[in-house]
Design a binder for this molecule. Structure first.
Ligand code: FES
Ligand code: FES
Length: 168
């Protein structure tokens, strides 16, 4: 049993109780994905599965056999950061940085949801095209908490990159 992570194929753990978060961090030594609450409340552990954002602390690794996982380590292009990583730097979208990998993975997954027309809690018209206003972005990113209060910079960074349509 195996899955793909950041372009590499890895064997899944024999212990079926291992969460995807613990598998990524403790078995693969990919420490970019962070453990905050470990109970689905903070978003620090967000990764992408076939392009969709999930909370890896609430997932068992074995559930993802054959799937493609992307962590923050898989986003950069060699030594060049992903455009959204650069935007977080440019807009002071972090202080301690603990939430940042989850924020960036979540924003990329969120952009895909918006392109598919998935409405949010604050969308007035469920059938209308999604317009990512600041309020929409705040709501769509509300599952990712920042204890340092860098939310304004985070939203600024996402807005800049979404305007340039380079999130993928
Ligand atoms: S560590 Fe997964 S949501 Fe907080
Ligand atoms: S930058 Fe410190 S928790 Fe977000």
């Amino acid at each position: 049993m195996s899955l793909h992570i950041n372009g590499s194929t890895v064997s899944l753990p024999l212990d079926t109780r291992v969460s995807l978060l613990d598998f990524v961090r403790d078995h693969l030594q990919l420490y970019g994905t962070k453990k905050g609450c470990n109970q689905g409340a903070c978003g620090a552990c967000t990764v992408l599965v076939d392009g969709e954002r999930i909370l890896s602390c609430l997932a068992l690794a074995v559930q993802y056999e054959g799937r493609s996982i992307t962590t923050i380590e898989g986003l950069a292009n060699g030594s060049a950061p992903h455009p959204l990583q650069q935007a977080f730097i440019d807009h002071d979208g972090f202080q301690c940085g603990y939430c940042t990998p989850g924020q960036i993975c979540s924003a990329i997954g969120m952009a895909t949801e918006a392109k598919r027309g998935v409405p949010s809690y604050v969308s007035d018209d469920l059938a209308a095209d999604v317009i990512l206003t600041r309020d929409e972005l705040r709501e769509r990113m509300s599952g990712n908490l920042c204890r340092c209060g860098a939310h304004n910079g985070i939203i600024d960074a996402i807005r800049e990159i979404m305007a340039a349509e380079t999130l993928e």
